[in-house]
Write a protein that binds this ligand. Structure first.
Ligand code: ADP
Ligand code: MG
Length: 307
């Protein structure tokens, strides 16, 4: 394409809220034959909600949630926020709850949180967190977990003093347009993959709902980047930029910039000053998943026309 065509292409993109950072980004996009979608907030709505609680021991739900919320209240993770939000329902002072004091709070990336509350050691997170802290899982618990994951929900386990006491089911439904986007991409000969730190069961169930048959699950950000390189396709990695605010100490609860950089084209949804937006080659300013199709279309029109 001529420099003029590239200028026109990026200009048209900008007018539609598709920010393409330079001619190389526009050119690369027409070769894309595989898109890796980050799951949370990209394919899903990104606002997880607790939908069910199963207590395995005789416990009072209100007290149970008090301990859980006290452990999660310092978490930056959307799952932590969802749990604290739900715990408020069990309280009189729902508007402005004062949770019990938690000490030794620790956020274990990709696994959950740990804290001491009322002299009890509280763990909230996934199966590998329980394995790491030697909390035995009963057959009951395994069955509940499998059921939860089959419904495309994330099962979060709660242990108190190394005893598994409850399982929360957290739902983050698909975005309304996601299935159609995947289907249109398929007709454009672009394969879709879903990548997530969530467990395999939930990830596969969500993938099935959206019409994707290739899944990368239980992946830390650096693993997502490795997998992107292994795919041996011309890959576009797509994610919503951190929808959590930057903390005062500058840390974010998560970021997938390694995967954005590892991809041939990194694409972030949503405007912002987040690292993801900085690392991306293209930014979808309107936060519409559909605009990934606009970007590919635009690039194909620019680079297939004049050759
Ligand atoms: P993703 O960004 O794909 O959601 P993460 O690496 O952030 O993946 O999280 C992976 C998993 O770790 C979650 O699905 C959850 O099981 C567990 N986890 C992470 N943070 C928390 C938390 N604050 N409370 C409970 N579980 C958590
Ligand atoms: Mg994440």
């Amino acid at each position: 394409a001529t420099p003029t065509a590239v200028m026109v292409g990026t200009g048209v993109g900008a007018s539609q809220g598709v920010l393409i950072k330079g001619g190389r980004a526009l050119e690369s996009t027409h070769k894309v034959n595989c898109i890796v979608f980050d799951k949370t907030g990209t394919l899903t709505v990104g606002r997880p909600v607790v939908v069910n609680t199963r207590l395995l021991k005789n416990r009072v739900l209100q007290e149970f949630y008090e301990l859980v919320a006290a452990a999660e209240v310092n978490s930056e993770h959307p799952l932590g926020k969802a749990i604290v939000e739900y715990a408020k329902k069990f309280r009189q002072d729902e508007e402005n709850p004062v949770w019990p004091e938690a000490s030794d709070f620790e956020s274990i990336t990709g696994h959950g949180v740990k804290a001491t509350v009322r002299n009890k050691k509280v763990l909230v997170g996934n199966k590998s967190l329980m394995v790491d802290y030697n909390v035995p899982l009963s057959l009951d618990a395994e069955v509940i977990l499998a059921e939860t994951e089959g419904l495309a929900r994330t099962g979060i386990l709660v242990a108190i003093d190394k005893e598994l006491v409850g399982i929360l089911a957290i739902s983050d439904p698909l975005k309304p347009g996601a299935r159609e986007v995947v289907s249109i991409l398929k007709s454009m000969k672009v394969r879709s993959v879903v990548a997530t730190g969530d467990n395999w069961g939930t990830a596969k169930a969500i993938a099935k709902e959206v019409g994707i048959d290739c899944v990368i699950a239980e992946a830390k950000p650096e693993h997502k980047a490795e997998k992107v390189k292994e795919l041996q396709s011309f890959v576009l990695f797509l994610k919503v930029h951190g929808f959590r605010k930057r903390r005062s100490d500058g840390r974010r609860w998560n970021n997938d910039s390694p995967a954005l950089v590892a991809a041939d084209v990194g694409l972030a949804i949503g405007a912002g000053t987040d690292i993801a937006v900085e690392a991306a080659d293209i930014v979808l300013m309107k936060s519409n998943l559909e605009d990934v199709i606009t970007a590919i279309d635009l690039s194909r029109k620019t680079f297939f026309r004049i050759r």
